[in-house]
Design a protein around this ligand. Structure first.
Ligand code: SAT
Ligand code: MN
Length: 592
């Protein structure tokens, strides 16, 4: 039988609470070895070397991609699994209709049965981490216990991981407990369980992304959204980007789009050639923690320190910053490779795949060479547009919150909510086509309020109440907007070029915040008038701009019906403010 080593290295003595929990988990999971991660560079390099020696990581072409590796996950384990992701609160209603629910006692029993003895023959890694700058009062810590070295490497890039985090936990005594094992990767024995009332996560049977890097969606969104409600802040699925105008003034925007809808691209945008003197600064590409500041503004930190971004489509033109970022020191997951060991994916203008994401000789009959949800993991500091404000302990002040989704029809290019509560309705009404980031059908429109459908750790009705309440206390609340880069004409062609040209829309948003841009008032909110958006030098099809900025009464009548039916699912818990905003919007539409 495997024995648990009783050697307590110096890391284990930093926090009695962590040590006690590690011992308890070791008694359950029976690992051969326990490794406390210090987060140092030598530890990271040694683990990469070891994994490469074991064949789990494939070193890529050292000349073209120094320090880069390829990891192939199990073919059944390539995306988040929302159907087996649970929020386990004492009261079912607290999890809400937006979450799968299980009673905590039953969920613990079921998970502990899976974890029993599951680390025999394996190493148990203790991964202390801090979400947010290590010295920020807005940051929160956690410890992930995992038997996956790949997870450890990803956590090292994605979080402030190691000794300083453990020392902070030692001082504070509070941390989120995340227990993870890849188990046998059997999809039938795969569950991601959250216990927000005890700040606990148990994840079994997946080694992939948001299922396994527990600091990310499990902690920084599901558990943190619960903590945030209790403590008076917001944990959101938002990128944070700074936009500096030629006068040197920087506005920060927090933008919520569902997974694989372009958050990373927007966070690293390269402005069009005509935008001389404008600069983009990336603070975060996926998650924002938003706190009311003493001056009545909302301040954001990015709890992460790296990017876990979608690879396919990334190139010099679509996202030059990301393309530069991932040329070295990057872990690629489920991309293809060329004969000379370079990573390859759909959307690269040159090279050819020799082996697909499963390691088979490439054959187009097997589908795309890189998995559509293949990912890069890389430290944020590698990004040419990395903002040093990412390290600011107090965060950055947010001028605008931008919601959006991927919608062929209905939603115009951009519109502005009339006020905060109306903005909460706009966020609650977000719908988007599903993507490869989660298992299941792709391209199906579903409601994804605030892009948080898979990530809100409690009842959406309570979440919207919290949003409304929080906004009412902000003297200088951010303005709220909605964008849609994905409108198509009836021939299925995109009406808007997207990518760097989205800068034109961001400019209108900023100038609305400054009070200098014009708009027309419509039933759904304020839209740019025909001359309010800068389209100089843009090659738009004839009539495209009119279509992009049209608010068709019949279409929006149906949309409001669909939003009303969706909100009704939340019954009496739905805040009255939202019902009132929706009724007002429908009245405005009827009057047009
Ligand atoms: O798999 S992750 O949750 O990390 C990425 C995403 O779906 O947003
Ligand atoms: Mn995401």
């Amino acid at each position: 039988m495997a024995t648990v080593p009783d050697r307590l290295d110096d890391l284990a003595s930093i926090s009695r609470e962590v040590a006690a929990w590690v011992a308890e988990v070791a008694r359950l999971t029976l690992p051969d070895r326990i490794h406390w991660c210090d987060g140092s560079e030598p530890e990271f390099q040694e683990m990469q070397r070891q994994l490469a020696a074991d064949g789990e990581l494939i070193p890529l072409n050292e000349a073209t991609h120094p320090g880069c590796y390829l990891y192939r996950s199990d073919p059944s384990d390539v995306a988040r699994v929302e159907h087996v992701t649970y929020v386990c609160t004492k009261e079912r209603e607290d999890a809400g209709p937006n979450n799968h629910w299980m009673a905590p006692a039953q969920a613990h029993r079921q998970m502990d049965d899976l974890f029993r003895g599951c680390m025999r023959g394996r190493t148990l890694y203790v991964v202390p981490y801090c979400m947010g700058p290590i010295d920020s009062p807005l940051s929160r810590c956690g410890v992930e216990i995992t038997d996956s070295a790949y997870v450890v490497l990803n956590m090292r890039l994605m979080t402030r991981m190691g000794r300083p985090a453990l020392e902070r936990i030692g001082r504070e005594g509070v941390f989120v407990k995340g227990l993870h094992s890849t188990g046998d990767l059997n999809p039938e024995r795969r569950f991601i369980m959250h216990f927000p009332e005890s700040l606990t996560i148990k994840s079994f049977g997946s080694g992939y992304g948001g299922n396994a890097l527990l600091g990310k969606k499990c902690h920084a969104l599901r558990i943190a959204s619960w903590q945030a409600r209790d403590e008076g802040w917001l944990a959101e699925h938002m990128l944070i980007v700074g936009i500096e105008n030629p006068r040197g003034e920087t506005h920060y925007l927090a933008c919520a789009f569902p997974s694989a809808c372009g958050k990373t691209n927007l966070a690293m945008l390269i402005p069009p050639a005509s935008y001389q003197g404008w600069k983009i600064w990336t603070v975060g590409d996926d998650i924002a923690w938003l706190h009311p500041g003493a001056d009545g503004r909302l301040y954001a930190i990015n709890p992460e320190s790296g990017y876990f971004g979608v690879v396919p489509g990334t190139n010099q033109k679509t996202n030059r910053n990301a393309f530069e970022t991932i040329r070295r020191d990057t872990i690629f997951t489920n991309v293809a490779v060329t004969t000379d060991g370079r990573p390859w994916w759909e959307g690269l203008p040159d090279g050819e795949p020799a082996y697909d994401w499963q390691g088979r000789a490439y054959d187009p009959a097997n589908g795309p060479a890189a998995h559509p949800n293949s990912r890069f993991t890389v430290a944020a500091t590698r990004n040419p547009s990395y903002s040093r404000a990412s390290e600011a302990p107090g965060g950055v002040p947010i001028s605008a919150i931008v919601f959006g989704g991927r919608r062929r029809t209905v939603a115009p290019l951009v519109y502005q909510a009339r006020n905060w509560t109306h903005g909460v309705l706009v966020g609650a009404g977000v719908a988007s086509e599903t993507t490869a980031a989660a298992t299941g059908a792709v391209g199906v429109v579903r409601r994804d309020p605030m892009a948080m459908k898979p990530f809100a750790g409690y009842n959406f009705a309570d979440y919207w109440s919290h949003w409304i309440k929080l906004g009412s206390k902000l003297e200088r609340a951010p303005r709220i907007f909605h964008v849609n880069w994905f409108r198509q004409n009836e021939r299925g062609q995109f009406l808007w070029p997207g990518f760097g040209e989205n800068m034109r829309v961001l400019r209108w948003i900023i100038e609305r915040c400054e009070g200098t841009a014009g708009a027309v008032d419509t039933a759904i909110g304020h839209l740019p008038g025909p001359r309010d958006l800068d389209i100089q030098g843009l090659d738009l099809a004839r009539g495209a701009l009119e279509e992009l900025l049209a608010v068709d009464p019949a279409t929006w009548g149906e949309e409001f019906d669909a939003i009303a039916a969706y909100l009704d699912e939340y019954g009496d818990r739905l805040p009255q403010g939202l019902r009132r905003e929706l009724a007002d919007a429908r009245n405005r539409l009827a009057a047009t």
